[in-house]
Ligand binder design. Structure first.
Ligand code: ZN
Ligand code: ZN
Length: 409
């Protein structure tokens, strides 16, 4: 156990953050994740960090605050919190977040309180998070399995076995096996992913046509200047980092008004703890015009109707059916993992970097480039064992992209 935890910490710091000598990384983790967070602190200093800023959270305290603090608290954003983010941004401090969340931690909290808090934090924290999504500094999100999470994933196992099973699953999909070579395995994985993304970028497809035996028949047009990305990202200084561990996807954005046909989900979707099962979405000129779910249809409908942008796709991501996450057969109830189990789409916002120069575009320019905008971003799985995707180039050539659920090249 210890050897794997150490290897995991090294993977997050060496490959995820790629901390450079003299940098000031910031790590946020809840106290539950202390064993991993402390190993990450050590690994940062091993790489020559100037100082490691540790931000401890506590799931229990966060829950009590949302349940019991005075109402007015949630519409305030303290100036010291903003000052801290501004300081971290000025230092371009690499940011590692270790998520250990209980998927049901906030299930009894009044959603209005959480919404108010999100809104209050929105403006003041925006420069920081905009810089992060535009990759102005290194950032990485990793996970630390905890008992409430393990019980959600393996409800029939006794506590200790459930927790051990979740750890095994997380290690296996993160390519950590205790031999100390996870970093090498990730370097090979990142290179293979980059090669495929480059091949897709060279084809510069006009559209993708999805079909499978579930009944999916969907055409997705891509923006003229779309960019496929996957594996590692780069800061403006040229430092490579991996924003999500694990990651298997290669993704870009569809053209907002260029999606037509019907797509069937390949896996259940967990929406804020509510399950949506066996569903399809129908598109006309980009917009979701009809939907159906055998279970949880009202949750799906509410999410699609959250704002206008939720009616359109913002992400198209390719993941081979034969991926390490899929092969565990585990539904993690955690997007970081589940979205890497299968080809997926997302309704809601697009990543600005999905078009050339998008990270430096204004919202208006992003819109003009064909990117969708929304306060929502909901990933759902569409990849099956028999999924076929055919790319059509601007000069009308048809190129197999996916055959039988996996890359054709
Ligand atoms: Zn994705
Ligand atoms: Zn997504």
């Amino acid at each position: 156990m210890d050897a794997r935890l150490k290897e995991f910490a090294k993977l997050l710091v060496d490959v995820g953050l790629n901390v450079q000598p003299g940098q000031t990384p910031r790590i946020s983790a809840s106290v539950e994740a202390a064993p991993l967070a402390r190993l990450c602190v050590e690994a940062c200093y091993d790489r020559g960090a100037r100082e490691v800023i540790m931000d401890w959270g506590d799931d229990f305290v966060a829950q009590q605050r949302y349940l019991r603090a005075g109402e007015a608290v949630f519409s305030e954003y303290p100036s010291y919190a903003k000052a801290k983010l501004d300081w971290l941004l000025e230092k371009k401090a690499p940011n590692l977040s270790i998520a250990s969340g209980d998927p049901e931690l906030f299930k009894d909290v009044d959603p209005a309180r959480m919404q108010a808090a999100r809104r209050a934090a929105g403006e003041p924290s925006r420069p920081y998070y905009d810089a992060m999504t535009a990759n102005r500094f290194q950032w990485c999100v990793g996970s630390y399995p905890t008992l409430p999470w393990a019980k959600k994933v393996f409800p029939d196992l006794p506590d200790d076995e459930a927790l051990a099973a979740l750890w095994d699953a997380v290690y296996s999909v993160c390519r950590v096996n205790g031999d100390g070579k996870a970093v090498e395995r990730w370097q090979a994985h990142i290179e293979a992913t980059a090669r495929r993304a480059q091949a897709l970028n060279e084809y510069n497809f006009k559209s993708l046509h999805y079909t499978n035996s579930l009944g999916t028949d969907l055409t997705i047009e891509l923006p003229e200047n779309h960019v496929w990305a996957g594996g590692a990202d780069k800061t403006p200084d040229g430092v490579a980092f991996v924003a999500n561990i694990p990651t298997e996807e290669i993704f870009t954005a569809p053209r907002k008004d260029g999606v037509n046909g019907r797509v069937y989900a390949a896996m259940p979707l967990s929406l804020n703890g509510s399950m949506v099962e066996d569903f399809w979405l129908e598109f006309k000129d980009g917009r979701i015009v009809d939907l159906h779910a055998e279970k949880g249809e009202e949750h799906l409908r509410r999410s699609v109707e959250l704002d206008d942008g939720s009616h359109y796709l913002g992400e198209v991501a390719l993941v081979p059916y034969d991926s390490p996450i899929r092969n565990t057969g585990v539904l993690f109830y955690e997007t970081l993992f589940d979205e890497n189990a299968s080809c997926h789409l997302a309704f809601g916002s697009a990543y600005p970097g999905s078009v050339k120069g998008g990270d430096d575009m204004s919202e208006e320019e992003q819109k003009a480039a064909g990117l969708n905008q929304s306060i929502n971003h909901v990933d759902f799985m569409v990849g099956t064992k028999d999924l076929s995707i055919v790319g059509v180039t601007h000069d009308g050539r048809e190129v197999p992209v996916f055959v039988n659920g996996s890359f054709a090249f």
